[in-house]
Structures are given as structure tokens and as C-alpha cells.
Design a protein around this ligand. Structure first.
Ligand SMILES: [Zn+2]
Length: 282
């Protein structure tokens, strides 16, 4: 059965500079993984200390390159998801002397550049959000303004937005902001989510309890590892084989509908991608 279904990891990072990225893709493919959404790493992880929106281009282009290599390793396909990591605001304000408003302007400019790649068909979706940790009111307001810019651009482009945000099971205020600018709630995905979430579509981290919750809930959801992510969340990293292994586990436990939901139906709903048609089995 696992040989018959597409398997999508909705959020992982590949590091093109250290040449380990493609090994991770091979590991994923070897255990049955077929499709990937590859999110650009936070800009400062790649040594980019952006001064203007244009400075993010190097980060986006490196991600697009590694995604092309990843696709050639897969029976399915990989797509880039591009945007600005919301944790950047703290680096700008706390370490680089930006005012919250100046940080907002720079990050919005970065979102605009990411949107150009979606418009050109070189990326599938945008990434934005707000800090998952406590910040002061000015930084919170600036972060929300960046996220709302991402919703505006995504609405124009009819693409999805992946959010990095605080742990929560209730984010209907955020999807209401998306809907205010014409972006349907089902085009907003919360990355690193638990199994139950009101508002955005949850991209559920591969914890068995959370997956069981999502499977039994029966609402649209996605699955992810967040492979190689934030240094401020040590120990949160799951290996690239985890999504295929959890799919096998779901199937063993009678959750065929949930597997179809997370790997075929929800990817079509959120991103407009067809994970079956893009699958070429030998
Ligand atoms: Zn991530």
C-alpha cells in the first residue's frame, strides 16, 4: 500500500551549501517519499544579513537550485516555498539596531521579492508568520503587518502561505485577516502544528499522538518533519525518513482515509498540486 500512495513532506529545509541536502532527499525517497515542499532556510543561516528586499534573492535562488536537484531524485516532485522567517525581526531589532517599523519594511520588501518567484512560476507558495516566543507590542504589531503583507501578495497570486507562529489550537483571527484581503482560510497553513487547529490548515509535526488526533478529526491536514530547522528549537528535528515511516504506521492502523487526506486531497486543496499525476512509478 505504501508503494501506491504519494507521500509529501510539507515542510523541510535542505542546505545547498553543505551538500548534505540531496542525501536527505535520497533517504526520503528510499523509504517511499515522493514529494517535498522545501522551505528556504532563515536568511542569516546562509550568512545573508539583508539590508534590502533584493538581498534575499540569493537565499531564494539557492533554494530553487537545490529543489531542482531534489526533484530529479524523486518519483514525484519537489517545490520551493519562499519567504522571510519571522524570527528575523528579533535579529534586526535586538542585534542590528533596527526600529520595529524599519524591520517591518525590510521584511515586507523580502516578501515582495519572494512573491516575484511565485508569480514567475519558480516557487509554489510563500512563507511568513510571527514569532513563536514572547516579544514586545511594537515587534508583535510589526510582525503581524509582515504576515498581512504575505496574505495580500498570496491573494493576488492565488497561492498559499505557510506560517511559522506561536503554538496554538485557535488562530481564526489570523485566517480572518487573510480572508479580509481575499485569501481563503484554506490557503493558510500553520507549519509545526498539532493535530487540532481552528483557522489555518495544520501541517502536523510527525508525532504519533498528534497524527492520530488529526486522522481522527478528519479535517484537511498535512504532514511534515521540519527537517533542519531553527537553532532556537533544539531537539525539534526529525529525520527525512519520518513522514514515509509515519504514513506506513497510519496505514497499518487503518487510517487509509487520513493518508489520502494529507498526501492527495489537502495538497490539492491548499496548493493546487496533483500528487498522483506528478508521480511516475517505475
Ligand atoms: Zn522550518
Amino acid at each position: 500500500m505504501i508503494d501506491e500512495t504519494p507521500i509529501l513532506d510539507n515542510h523541510l529545509h535542505l542546505d545547498p551549501d553543505h551538500h548534505r541536502g540531496i542525501d536527505a532527499v535520497r533517504d526520503f525517497a528510499r523509504v517511499g517519499g515522493t514529494h517535498l515542499l522545501v522551505v528556504n532556510k532563515p536568511s542569516w543561516h546562509l550568512g545573508v544579513e539583508a539590508e534590502t528586499g533584493e538581498d534575499f534573492r540569493a537565499v531564494f535562488e539557492r533554494t530553487i537550485e537545490v529543489v531542482e536537484d531534489a526533484s530529479s531524485e524523486l518519483e514525484g516532485q519537489a517545490w520551493p516555498v519562499l519567504g522571510i522567517h519571522p524570527g528575523l525581526i528579533s535579529r534586526l531589532v535586538d542585534d542590528r539596531g533596527f526600529s520595529p517599523d524599519d524591520a517591518r519594511d525590510l521584511m515586507q520588501a523580502g516578501i515582495d521579492v519572494a512573491a516575484e518567484y511565485v508569480d514567475a512560476g519558480e516557487a509554489l507558495a510563500l512563507k511568513s508568520g510571527r514569532p513563536h516566543y514572547e516579544v514586545d507590542d511594537a515587534v508583535w504589531a510589526a510582525s503581524n503587518a509582515v504576515m498581512r503583507r504575505a496574505f495580500e501578495r498570496a491573494s493576488d497570486l492565488e497561492c498559499a502561505v505557510q506560517l511559522h507562529a506561536e503554538g496554538s489550537e485557535e488562530m481564526t483571527e489570523v485566517t480572518a485577516w487573510a480572508e479580509d484581503v481575499g485569501l481563503p482560510a484554506h490557503k493558510v497553513v500553520k507549519h509545526y502544528a498539532g493535530g487540532r487547529l481552528e483557522g489555518p490548515i495544520p501541517s502536523v509535526i510527525c508525532d504519533k499522538d498528534e497524527l492520530e488526533t488529526a486522522a481522527e478529526r478528519g479535517e484537511p491536514f498535512l504532514m511534515e518533519t521540519d527537517y533542519i530547522d531553527d537553532p532556537d528549537r533544539p531537539g525539534a528535528v526529525l529525520g527525512p525518513k519520518t513522514v514515509p515511516r509515519r504514513v506506513a504506521w497510519l496505514l497499518e492502523n487503518g487510517h487509509e482515509d487520513a493518508v489520502r487526506n494529507a498526501h492527495i486531497e489537502t495538497p490539492a486543496l491548499v496548493y493546487g498540486i496533483d500528487t498522483e499525476a506528478t508521480l511516475e512509478r517505475p
